[in-house]
Design a protein around this ligand. Structure first.
Ligand SMILES: *Cc1c(COP(=O)(O)O)cnc(C)c1O
Length: 510
């Protein structure tokens, strides 16, 4: 039945119990399951094939009434009709990360083996909290945790768990670090006295989830101390040493240093080896946030950029950033599996303590979540179909493309570029000349919005030292330098028009 085939006056008869049951996946409904999911896949495939822009440019005010106008208490009864409707409220105006002119955030195009994994894992619906809900899935996740820890070089006692994303991984790592700091201080420092004195050091280019985690962990409002970066936006080791000294002098306790391997804006990688040596000397937990840079773990040519990461106490990886995996797919890894006990609680109904003695592998013992998706399956199928080198080669390609884009923009007198990224971002801005020189911030903001409204390309923005910049994040090997050239031409046109109109207006008024 199509959407238009139903009149507003004829309410759907309430489905009887047998009609409702026909929607449950079971032995009797596999034909419907196959057909329904195939129909959904077909709709997406058509949209992917037909997307001539990454976005239609729809405004929230235009889309919101369409979503609000749907009566959720009046079902359509049929998946085809629901898909027709979905075209209207979602698919037509979705943001398409596979499009070569999507250059905005850390969203990657996804590999097909991972989509296969997604289809399998949600239908089987294993929940990774306990062995008795997941069996093989638990073992597969554990193999992937071990595989990742081995790629990092964390050593034989390493462990970890899949998470919902880099933010949760950072939160969990800092929870473990906080507990270790409290445990170490016990005897001469009551926990209550210690908590407000705990500090986390990260660079000024570190991710905001560090601040958020500190708040969630009950630390003081000024607990996160930012360490300055060099011109390449990497943490300055000497400055880190100074901050550690200064914390010691004023009686605060540094519970963790968070180094970033791939800052969100600049792709910069903190000097991990030097930072690790400083942390080791100071006896401070080192967490490496490699949410973005983790793709280097499989790079056939650039793995050395992560040298030193093997000395971390904990590491965040986001496979959904640089392993071409669908959201979500992420993990937190630790050097010493014993620290995961800080996340362990036992419930009689779920994972009673005796199960530990019985060596029943319950992943909930290591996780902040209870019911949890089998996201690991996507990475598993990706590795089994493509292998790590192929993934790493894709990431290498976007890193090379970003270097090309940087050169292109740096040679263009209309633009100013910031540091050259070892990963795949380019931060730059349009520089008006003449009387419009003072309009740079507004012109760059305008260009980004105008571009998004046209849907011709999506780019990101950020501020650098208080000034408005634009950002490309390249994660699509299909993006060519021609695409980049085309988009910077559009930016120059939008920004140039903005400046022209403002300065002409000013002349007329003057
Ligand atoms: C994206 C990002 C995060 C947060 O990861 P989510 O998966 O979005 O929660 C953390 N750190 C860095 C450096 C990131 O780029």
């Amino acid at each position: 039945m199509s959407l238009s085939g139903r009149t507003a006056e004829a309410p759907a008869a309430p489905p009887g119990p047998s009609a409702a049951r026909a929607h449950l996946l079971n032995a009797g409904t596999v034909a419907r399951y196959r057909a329904t999911v195939a129909d959904g896949v077909d709709r997406v495939a058509r949209r992917v094939a037909g997307a001539d822009r990454p976005f239609t440019g729809v405004a929230p005010g235009e889309l919101a009434p369409r979503v609000a106008g749907i009566d959720l208490d009046r079902p359509l009864g049929d998946a085809g009709a629901a898909l027709d409707e979905l075209e209207d409220v979602y698919l037509r105006d979705a943001v398409w990360f596979h499009h070569p002119r999507y250059l905005a955030h850390l969203n990657c195009p996804v590999v097909i083996p991972a989509l296969l994994g997604e289809a399998v894992l949600s239908a089987v619906n294993s929940s990774l909290d306990t062995w008795d809900q997941s069996a093989g899935a638990t073992l597969i996740e554990r193999r992937l945790v071990d595989w990742t820890a081995q790629r990092i070089g964390l050593g034989p006692a390493a462990d970890g768990v899949f998470t919902s994303g880099g933010s949760q991984s950072n939160l969990q790592a800092l929870l473990l670090a906080r507990e270790e700091a409290c445990a170490a201080a016990q005897g001469h420092d009551a926990r209550r006295d210690l908590l407000p004195r705990l500090r986390v050091l990260t660079s000024t280019a570190g991710h905001f989830s560090v601040q958020k985690s500190a708040k969630l962990l009950g630390l003081a409002a000024d607990a996160v101390v930012t360490v300055p970066t060099d011109a390449q936006r990497r943490m300055i080791p000497a400055a880190l040493r100074r901050e550690l000294d200064s914390c010691r002098r004023d009686g605060s306790v540094v519970m963790a240093v968070v180094a970033t391997a791939g800052t969100t804006d600049f792709g910069s990688i903190d000097p991990l080896d030097e930072i690790a040596a400083i942390c080791a000397a100071a006896g401070v937990w080192l967490h490496v946030d490699a949410a973005y840079g983790c793709g280097l773990l499989v790079s056939p040519t650039r793995r050395h950029l992560l040298d030193g990461i093997e000395r971390a106490d904990s590491v965040t990886v986001d496979y959904h950033k640089s392993f071409f995996q669908p959201v979500s797919s992420s993990a937190v890894l630790v050097r010493d599996r014993r620290v995961l006990r800080h996340a362990t609680y036992h419930a009689d109904y779920l994972n009673p303590a005796r199960m530990v003695e019985q060596r029943i592998p319950n992943q909930v013992d290591k996780s902040l979540q209870t019911t949890r998706r089998f996201d690991a399956l996507k990475l598993w199928l990706t590795l089994r179909v493509m292998g790590p080198d192929a993934l790493g080669a894709l990431f290498d390609e976007v890193v090379e493309r970003a270097a090309g884009a940087w050169e292109l923009i740096s040679e263009d007198p209309r633009f100013e570029v910031v540091t050259r990224s070892p990963l795949s971002t380019v931060v730059f801005r349009y520089l008006p000349t003449g009387p419009g020189r003072g309009l740079a911030d507004a012109a760059n903001l305008y260009a980004r919005e105008a571009l998004a409204a046209s849907g011709a390309a999506l780019i990101a923005g950020t501020t650098v030292d208080g000034r408005q910049f634009l950002k490309f994040t390249l994660l699509n090997p299909e993006t060519t330098l021609d695409d980049v050239g085309h988009v910077i031409q559009l930016i120059a046109e939008h920004a140039g028009r903005y400046v022209r109109e403002r300065t002409e207006l000013a002349c007329q008024v003057g």
